[in-house]
Design a protein around this ligand. Structure first.
Ligand code: HEM
Length: 345
């Protein structure tokens, strides 16, 4: 058998080295510096515009990023709708009622105008989450880029991996640990419930016969409970503010609310009301100093954004965030033509 020439062997070695490097590339702040230098400005302007017409836009965007990263890593998989070969994660119970896809479409359209085929939907979610927090009064941080978009969804992974508002603290910790996030990340990231809304269906079980006890959830402040019962009299799909004090501001009030039994979801209040829990001290420290919360929130958002990204040559840059490119190849280069896209909600 003829042996390979030294030149071919060297070429193969460099090809494999390149492939290896590309596959395990790290995210970086400078990823789009040459290819889309104005990306941060474009996304920020688009997020601001969205918030001007919908005060909940920022809350919707960061929740999408969270649900993206917890299933197969931050790869835009949450945005894929049902299609041949795709069972959408949006059908999972944890994603029922999730909103904001049309906001992502609008941001993506703004980005595509200036940098066609360059920026992934997964990176857009990461950047838009930062802007959402910052525009609503929260901390800012330097976003890392270089994620690529998946060509698959994982509905089963969404069924098992997304956190539920009915879970115990131990169950929540386990779901965060499964994606490499620790208890501080859990408490800090839950602080995103300082803005946005929840439908009554997710917390009204706390009003009566909680866990079969015949009584309301004892960790829910009685006056707040009566107030929420009034809100929810309009129906299970009515939305209540997560933060009754400053509902649309990103501040530390989520934690001061927990200290007085005004966490909206059972899963929120457990961070403070589970007897002996290590999360109580963390809640108290965030409630005492907004700067401490903001510092940890920044770190935890980076940690969450780093969950198993698709980098290098894996995945693709989707043209339409709701569906994979029709001619997906190894490099995921070209997308589908105009007019093929899914209808925008
Ligand atoms: C710790 C486990 C968590 C649970 C059990 C949970 C659960 C929920 C539920 C049930 C809702 C209401 C959904 C609806 O009414 O349709 C919600 C909304 C929201 N979640 Fe979470 N969440 C968790 C963690 C997080 C994290 C880590 C973030 C972001 C970093 C986040 C951001 C939000 C935001 C901003 C909203 C409001 C969205 C809106 O107004 O449309 N949540 N969450």
């Amino acid at each position: 058998m003829a042996s390979a020439s030294p030149n071919a062997a060297v070429a193969s070695f460099f090809f494999l080295a390149l492939l290896f490097r590309a596959s395990f590339a790290q995210l970086s702040e400078t990823y789009y510096d040459q290819t889309c230098p104005r990306l941060p400005n474009i996304v920020r302007a688009s997020v601001k515009k969205a918030i001007q017409s919908d005060i909940r836009a920022g809350a919707k965007l960061i929740r999408l990023h969270f649900h993206d990263c917890f299933v197969n890593g931050c790869d835009g998989s949450v945005l894929l709708e049902d299609a041949p070969g795709i069972v959408s994660e949006l059908n999972s119970p944890g994603n029922q009622g999730i909103q904001g896809l049309e906001i992502v479409d609008a941001i993506k359209a703004d980005v595509e105008k200036e940098c066609p085929g360059i920026v992934s939907c997964a990176d857009i979610l990461a950047q838009a989450s930062k802007d959402s927090v910052d525009v609503q009064g929260g901390p800012s941080w330097r976003v890392l880029y270089g994620r690529r978009d998946s060509r698959i969804a994982n509905k089963t992974g969404a069924d098992s991996g997304l956190a539920s508002p009915f879970e115990t603290l131990d169950e929540l910790k386990a779901k965060f640990a499964a994606v490499g996030l620790d208890t501080t990340d859990l408490v800090a990231l839950s602080g995103a419930h300082t803005f946005g809304r929840s439908r009554c269906v997710f917390f009204s079980h706390r009003f009566a016969n909680f866990n079969g006890t015949g009584s309301p959830d004892p960790s829910l402040d009685a006056n707040y409970r009566r107030f929420l019962e009034g809100v929810c009299a309009a129906g299970a799909n009515t939305r209540a503010n997560f933060d009754p004090v400053t509902p649309d501001v990103f501040d530390k009030n989520y934690y001061t609310n927990l200290q007085v039994g005004k966490g909206l979801l059972q899963s929120d209040q457990e961070l403070f009301s589970t007897p002996g829990a290590d999360t109580i001290a963390i809640v108290n420290s965030f409630a005492a100093r907004e700067g401490t919360f903001f510092k940890e929130f920044r770190k935890s958002m980076i940690n969450m954004g780093n969950i198993k990204p698709l980098t290098g040559w894996r995945g693709e840059i989707r043209r339409n965030c709701r569906r994979v490119n029709s001619n997906s190849g190894l490099f995921g280069g070209e997308g589908e033509g105009e007019g093929e896209g899914h209808g925008v909600m």
